[in-house]
Design a protein around this ligand. Sequence first.
Ligand code: IMP
Length: 198
Amino acid sequence: MRRLIRGTRLVLATHNKGKLQEIAALLAPHEVAVVSAGALGLDEPEEDAPDFTGNARIKALAATEASGLIALADDSGFCVAGLGGAPGVHSARWAGPTKDFVGAMARVEGELADDADRRAWFAAALCLAWPDGETATFFGRVEGSMVWPPRGKRGFGYDPVFLPAGGRLTFGEMAPEAKEAISHRARAFAQLRAACLT
Ligand code: IMP
């Protein structure tokens, strides 16, 4: 697989400042710099693939085509077994335009029947795309269960209702470093690092 040589500058296919900072920090030790799609004024493509890998690919290919730079995109979400994997790729959309994750967590709970399968997982896909159209995708997942009511004020999104397997604290209660050690995004990034960074 192609590697990202030191000194590469890539475009990160996100308009989200938090993601930009998080991924820039992971790449910095490998001397890979990032610029955001937002800073370059690139449009956000429609994320209409049925899975995380497909959506990450759509975003990465759109960003490399528009910028001529190597692009990196991520797509992630929260999945519940008793809901057939929902909200899944629609995780952000369930929170609506006001990003109401308290409401989104309540909707997940409300849609689960009393005896539903509460196993849950977070999933993350990362996709690197080169200007000639080559892509490389990486996937990470962390298993656990959906708890109710929400617990903890740390993290973001669905963190307060996710209890990782074998743990006592939800992602909303855990220290950020503890979450980072097992998170879906960290697992996907570890694969990318092994395959493509020097
Ligand atoms: P994306 O920006 O399209 O990838 O949307 C990802 C959505 O999934 C976010 O808005 C969150 O709701 C949810 N999500 C992804 N990763 C996490 C996480 O680590 N904790 C909590 N929620 C997450």
